[in-house]
Design a protein around this ligand. Sequence first.
Ligand code: NAI
Length: 246
Amino acid sequence: MLEFEGKKALVTGATRGIGRAITEALLAQGANVVGVYGGNAAAAEAMRLDCAQYGDRLRLRQLDVSDYPAVAAFFAELEAEWETLDILVNNAGIRRDAVLAMMKEEDWRRVIDVNLTGGYTMSKFAVPLMMKQKYGRIVFVTSPMGHLGFAGQANYAASKAGQVGLMKSLSKEVAKRKITVNGVSPGFIATELIADLPEAQVKEYKKMVPANRFGTPAEVAEAVLFLASDRAAYINGAVLEITGGL
Ligand code: NAI
């Protein structure tokens, strides 16, 4: 029997990069997955074709995780169909880099809205579905920038630090219901999120990583699946770093 056979999972930012790797790993292990994405319909279509083998175990839906009324309506539909939820992966995230003195207010707000408030909204509606069955796994995809900070990323780093505070607080609220809430903290992972970095900077960043390379989305997915599994029942409020030793 596959490890996630029959489990019901929801992954945000599911059509690209790390979220796609997590979704595909869950599908390969037997889960039913609803994957939500921000707006890139072409990426969703490509994934639909590539994952046709999983049939209706994969469903992809456009949903802005920062849009509270839209998330509420989405969960009403999900509950009508699934009743309960086993796994939520809060992975959706964006960057809008600028040094603070030059940072536009809309770029500050948008990054906080998607990365942090999106995690609040998705978790708020997911928790009651998990409470019903006294079981659940929530995993946040945060970043070392949350505790290290990074020039040009005050909005991103603040959102990622905020995710950890949210994750740890929620873990204490729901632990008695056998729901765990943890985070993974990937270092540099080769995805479209960092594809805009100039080559010289990529070289410099690789030198900073003791493993001397960027990680892969599949390597992050391994850790997420572990935290989402029954094997991690006594791990709660923890952040697992996947950084090649950064
Ligand atoms: P990506 O840019 O390849 O994918 C981001 C995904 O988020 C896409 O599927 C997109 O549709 C979705 N998304 C964006 N805004 C959304 C919204 N408002 N509502 C719903 N979905 C939305 O990014 P990547 O690299 O796969 O990042 C995934 C997560 O991992 C992010 O939270 C990111 O901060 C985090 N991370 C990434 C690292 C990296 O080096 N790539 C390092 C550390 C953390």
